[in-house]
Design a protein around this ligand. Structure first.
Ligand SMILES: Nc1ncnc2c1ncn2[C@@H]1O[C@H](COP(=O)(O)OP(=O)(O)OP(=O)(O)O)[C@@H](O)[C@H]1O
Ligand SMILES: [Mg+2]
Length: 245
């Protein structure tokens, strides 16, 4: 995959907001007129049908008219790391299987956001981790992390793991929506700056907590109010809204 056409969204952990934030960014870029798609190479922990798989949520958040099966290459029911969930389903997927499946999705759009499973060291096949998949795809990475105490350690470790493989990191976004007690956590104020200082990688913003039903409109508004999208547009060679007019 051409690095200009993809952005890999990873996280410091599972459940840190990759789906919400990837969906929000794609929704915001599509609202500007960008022909941006989403790809979930491997998802685990449920099958499409009840609206809770990442693929279904990504479609809901982005407002895209597509089938979950069209944007999720491999889905496994077991709530395990992809390699183990595939094994439990009696399948042995290879990195090449995943890359081939992604080709057709990429061809449908000018650029694609790719949501990984869990974090960078998660095994996705017998011999490859998420970081190996990113290296093969040759895309830049956006890291989603919690904004509270502990995030400096998790985010710097994630960055170092990626950099050791020569993967370029576009930036990180701190998610304020994962703990109801953030107002009591003074580290939220300074974590972004300290991660920037120690890594040299920019914080693109704090994504706000969205209480209640999350939909495309609210996500677009949240991105416009809080996230610096310029580096994302540049990485994907997407022009700004005014330039489409
Ligand atoms: N900013 C936010 N405001 C409110 N709720 C949020 C926010 N960010 C994430 N959540 C909620 O936190 C949970 C985890 O978020 P999400 O599914 O996006 O994480 P993830 O990193 O994609 O997880 P996975 O590793 O399973 O793919 C979800 O229930 C989601 O709705
Ligand atoms: Mg997810």
């Amino acid at each position: 995959m051409n690095g200009k056409q993809g952005l890999f969204v990873t996280g410091t952990d599972t459940g840190v907001g990759k789906t919400v934030i990837a969906g929000a960014l794609v929704a915001a870029l599509r609202a500007e007129g960008g022909n941006v798609g989403v790809w979930k190479p491997v998802q685990t922990g449920g099958l499409p049908g009840d609206g809770t798989t990442d693929a279904e949520l990504l479609l809901k958040y982005t407002g895209m008219d597509s089938y979950a099966e069209d944007i999720a290459s491999f889905t496994f029911e077991a709530p395990l790391a992809p390699m183990l969930a595939a094994k439990q389903a009696g399948l042995n997927i290879t990195l090449q299987d995943i890359l081939s499946a992604g080709e057709s999705i990429r061809n449908r759009y000018d650029s694609v956001f790719i949501e990984g499973a869990g974090g960078v060291a998660v095994p996705i096949t017998e011999d490859a981790s998420t970081a190996d998949l990113i290296a093969e795809l040759q895309t830049s990475v956006l890291i989603v992390a919690r904004s509270g105490l502990g995030t400096i350690n998790h985010t710097l470790l994630t960055m170092e793991y990626l950099e050791r493989r020569g993967i370029s990191i576009l930036g990180f976004i701190l998610n304020d929506g994962l703990s109801g007690e953030l107002c009591l956590d003074p580290s939220v104020e300074t974590n972004g700056r300290i991660i920037e200082q120690y890594s040299g990688i920019p914080c693109l913003g704090h994504f706000p907590e969205l209480a209640g039903e999350i939909d495309s409109k609210r996500l677009i508004h949240a991105v416009q109010a809080t996230i610096n999208l310029s580096p994302v547009r540049d990485a994907l060679t997407i022009r700004k809204m005014e330039e489409y007019r």
